[in-house]
Design a protein around this ligand. Structure first.
Ligand SMILES: Cc1ncc(COP(=O)(O)O)c(C=O)c1O
Length: 420
């Protein structure tokens, strides 16, 4: 038999009909059309900004123009700290550019251990575990702590990484109304007593800049026999006498079982972590998939994080100045007639709420042209129908820069009709 005949024999007599390919991108058509319509009005894309040069924690060159940065999470301004930068350079020289492996195999170098020591000192806890990002820390801790038949109870306005941690695990998920102690109590009261439960809270909610009433929340969680995890991504560095976060400031350290955080905000680099006093905490290193099945952070990154964390322990002056900046900006914007995310300044985040996307983009662009960068936020990061410009202050913003920022908001707001 020839090769051709053998092949023909192997084929079915009548080939099955080929189904038309379904374009998996078609579900994004509405979003693509919305974006194209917006871009057609001639505005700049708020989600495609490039920093050509970064001059300091508060200044960068964008499209050739010197621009004040009011949309970073560099709350404590550590990114250009000379000790931090030097530690990164030294680690690059001594350990190379990356680990090429997981923490549980070849990816733990002495700077990773030192960084975990720095976290234990900073938080005064028995255990600390470094993840490759804060996103992964939430993903890992939440999905691993609560398993099948157990419960995760979370605030409706929780960060995406908390929701994704719930989605990755097998626990039952219960949401309560944002910052409502009453609703948390009610929902916990309806759950069966026996199964394990984890209540997940955030110190600072990053879209509106409001803080959680942690003493009341934690008391309710404990009354119902729950363990508590607090995400201090936006609280670390700034809140509490030692900069540990809102849970320190509000005096609930003893009742919080797990604190999750990130190096991508006050610490000034990238990475995530969880700290705890639970005696069995270290088993997480074996069972937490987002810790085990990913490469560890480059040694230069953890070396910069370690020194930054240790310096943040003694940053009382920076904390005080950041409060001054936050209060002045909040007060000034409110006086101009802007609608803000909180009635009073609660954190270093000040959210300016606009009527709709068109107004938000117009104000964002006008500010940028004036030399000020802020973050534009829209659903799904914000609640449905909410468009806002999120301003986040830095301890390195000078008082003069804050006045300049206020001047730019006044001019731009009047130009686009956001204020009278
Ligand atoms: C509350 C909260 N948790 C976790 C994260 C994730 O942090 P990372 O940037 O380190 O992934 C963020 C980041 O924006 C956040 O706002």
């Amino acid at each position: 038999m020839t090769e051709a005949a053998a092949t023909a024999d192997a084929l079915p007599a009548t080939p099955a009909a080929v189904a038309p390919e379904r374009d998996l991108f078609s579900k994004f058509d509405a979003l693509i059309a919305e974006r194209e319509a917006l871009m057609a009005t001639g505005v700049r894309d708020p989600f495609a900004i490039v920093m050509e040069k970064v001059l300091s924690p508060t200044l960068a060159i964008i499209k050739g123009k010197e621009t004040i940065l009011l949309g970073t999470y560099n709350y404590m301004g550590m990114t250009f700290d000379p000790d931090v930068v030097q530690a990164g350079k030294d680690a690059l020289d001594n350990f190379g550019s990356g680990t090429t492996g997981s923490r549980v195999l070849n990816g733990t170098y002495s700077p990773h251990k030192d960084c975990e020591e720095a976290l234990k000192e900073f938080y005064d806890t028995d255990h600390a575990m470094v993840f490759s990002t804060g996103y992964q820390a939430n993903l890992g801790m939440i999905s691993t702590l609560a398993g099948k038949g157990e419960y995760i109870i979370l605030d409706a306005d929780s960060h995406a990484s908390i929701y994704d941690g719930c989605a990755l695990g097998n626990a039952e998920i219960v949401r309560f109304r944002h910052n409502s102690v009453e609703d948390l109590d009610k929902r916990l009261g309806r759950l069966p007593k026996e199964p394990g439960k984890l209540v997940v809270l955030e110190g600072v909610y990053s879209m509106f800049g409001d803080i959680a009433p942690l003493p009341e929340m934690v008391a309710v969680a404990k009354k119902h026999g729950c363990m508590v995890l607090v995400d201090e991504a936006h609280g670390m560095g700034f809140f509490g006498p030692n900069g540990r976060g809102v849970y320190e400031e509000q005096g609930v350290e003893a009742d919080v079982d797990f604190v999750v955080g990130t190096f991508s905000k006050s610490v000034g680099t990238v990475g995530g972590f969880c700290v705890s006093n639970h005696p069995k905490f270290d088993v997480m290193r074996l069972v937490c998939r987002p810790y085990v099945f990913t490469a560890s952070l480059p040694p230069s990154v953890v070396a910069t994080a370690a020194i930054s964390i240790r310096k943040l322990m003694h940053a009382g002056n920076k904390r005080a100045h950041l409060w001054e900046n936050s209060k002045r900006l909040h007060g000034g914007l409110k006086e101009m007639g802007y609608t803000l995310g909180t009635e009073t300044p609660q954190s270093a985040i000040i959210a300016v709420i606009l009527e709709d996307q068109t107004q938000a983009v117009a104000l964002w662009q006008s500010l940028l042209e004036g030399g000020l960068y802020v973050n534009m936020a829209r659903p799904p990061a914000t609640p449905a129908g909410t468009y806002l410009l999120r301003c986040s202050l830095c301890a390195e913003h000078s008082a003069e820069q804050v006045e300049t920022i206020l001047g730019l908001f006044k001019a731009a707001g009047q130009a686009v009709g956001a204020i009278g």
